[in-house]
Design a protein around this ligand. Structure first.
Ligand code: URA
Length: 431
């Protein structure tokens, strides 16, 4: 079929067959289909969406465009996790050691941060000596030995997604649920695991701004995963405020260590426990057993010890566990951003908090930007908290002289009213 006919079918709300999607995507990859035709198809998908079958087909085609990560040498149950991205999300650093202690094999490929959201690889690289670029052999051996390893995503996984994502970015077609689902799953399914737990964030700091869209995305990814033979679970979690208090690379490592010590913020602890339990559940534990096991692994200190082994095995300084503020790079200059009103925190525009952290140097506006691992911010007031005039809302950890824009963003992010507001739940729904 001619490419123009494939586009017109989608424009008219009809379904594209596997062959049609294959010709379009592979033609784009080999250069025989121009980007204006793929752009037109993406816009037609934006308005008419993809059926469940089309989503599975698109995922498979993008998945097959690249390499698969073969983990068959690793014995045991391999369960992966994925977060759709947020502000202050340091959960992988906590969850992977926990599930590894329960005997699950956690071989994770993670990404870097962009824009207002952070990335696990940047957080890990704030640990002195830590290596995220591992040979395949080393990665597999570490998982075999310790039960976990985290390395940077390779470009060889789903190159079609990479090319299409860049086009979506400049054609205003990123935020379409079927395209997001296929994009994420094409990369997740490239890693050889028995199951995947998805953390789908919803709220002012997330891709998905409302609960309905987040639930649809979760169900869509579950459907794609199950049709590819994986055990799937999803947790829809709150991103109406940063997760925990710390935002920024070394600061988030510190908060992850605190959580593993049992003294982390409640929302981080609760969500880490829920996602870890779901990973154990997919790995064959009963629902009750999973929760009990996770609780015991954290409270006994076993997960903290596993984290230390993980850090040391990937070349990092294990002393960060005992002396986080001495051994991790933390900016020495602290600026307190104080409230201009008294009342209760009603809303936090979390994307603005993420952008403020980015402006301080903790994140990247463009892929090529260099980050400063030592900077970021600490959010002292969350939704529902009482605030007095001149009380500190946020502490900035800075190295730059100029923090005016970040300060402005923090003030814009907070909505403080006289009405008492309920605190937000961290877990919204579990599938
Ligand atoms: N993350 C992805 O990997 N793909 C999307 O389309 C959106 C978020």
């Amino acid at each position: 079929m001619r490419i123009v006919d494939i586009i017109s079918k989608k424009r008219d709300g009809l379904k594209n067959s596997y062959e049609e999607i294959y010709d379009l995507i592979n033609g784009y990859l080999d250069g025989s289909v121009p980007d204006y035709q793929v752009s037109a198809w993406l816009m037609a998908v934006y308005f008419n969406h993809l059926s469940s079958e089309e989503r599975v087909d698109l995922t498979e085609i993008m998945l097959n465009s690249g390499e698969k990560v073969d983990l068959s040498e690793i014995e045991g149950i391999k369960i992966d996790k994925h977060s759709t991205g947020g502000v202050g999300d340091k959960l992988s650093l906590i969850i992977l050691p926990v599930v590894a202690c329960a005997g699950i094999k956690a071989a994770k490929l993670s990404g870097r941060g962009l824009g207002h959201t952070g990335g696990t690889i940047d957080k890990l690289e704030s640990i002195p000596g830590f290596k995220t670029s591992l040979s395949k052999e080393n990665f597999i051996n570490l998982v075999k030995k310790n039960g976990l390893a985290i390395a940077g995503q390779t470009a060889s996984v789903a190159p079609a997604d990479k090319k299409i994502y860049s086009l979506r970015d400049v054609t205003a077609t990123v935020d379409e649920i079927s395209l997001i689902a296929a994009s994420i799953m094409s990369k997740k399914l490239a890693i050889d695991t028995q199951g995947i737990v998805l953390d789908v964030k919803v709220g002012s700091g997330a891709f998905m701004k409302n609960k309905e869209d987040a639930e649809e995305l979760a169900l869509s990814m579950i459907d794609i995963g199950r049709k590819h033979g994986r055990k799937m679970s999803a947790v829809v979690s709150n991103m109406n405020q940063p997760l925990g208090q710390m935002v920024g690379n070394s600061l988030e490592v510190i908060e992850a260590i605190d959580t593993l010590k049992g003294v982390g913020p409640t929302d981080v602890t609760e969500l880490a426990e829920v996602i870890s339990s779901r990973m154990l559940y997919l790995g064959g534990f009963s629902a009750r057993q999973s929760e009990k096991e996770v609780y015991e692994i954290i409270s006994s200190g076993a997960a903290l010890n596993k984290f230390k082994i993980f850090v040391e095995s990937q070349g990092g300084d294990p002393d960060i566990v005992e002396y986080p503020y001495d051994k991790l790079p933390v900016a020495k200059k602290i600026i307190e951003i104080k409230s201009k009103h008294s009342g209760y925190v009603k809303k936090i525009d979390t994307e603005k908090i993420g952008l403020a952290s980015m402006l301080l140097g903790a994140g990247r506006a463009k892929k090529e930007d260099i980050i400063d691992p030592s900077v970021g911010l600490k959010v002292l007031k969350k939704i529902g908290d009482r605030v007095n005039l001149d009380e500190t809302l946020v502490k900035l950890y800075i190295n730059k002289k100029d923090y005016d824009e970040a300060e402005k963003l923090i003030h814009q992010a907070y909505e403080i009213t006289n009405d008492k507001t309920e605190k937000e739940k961290s877990v919204i729904k579990i599938y």
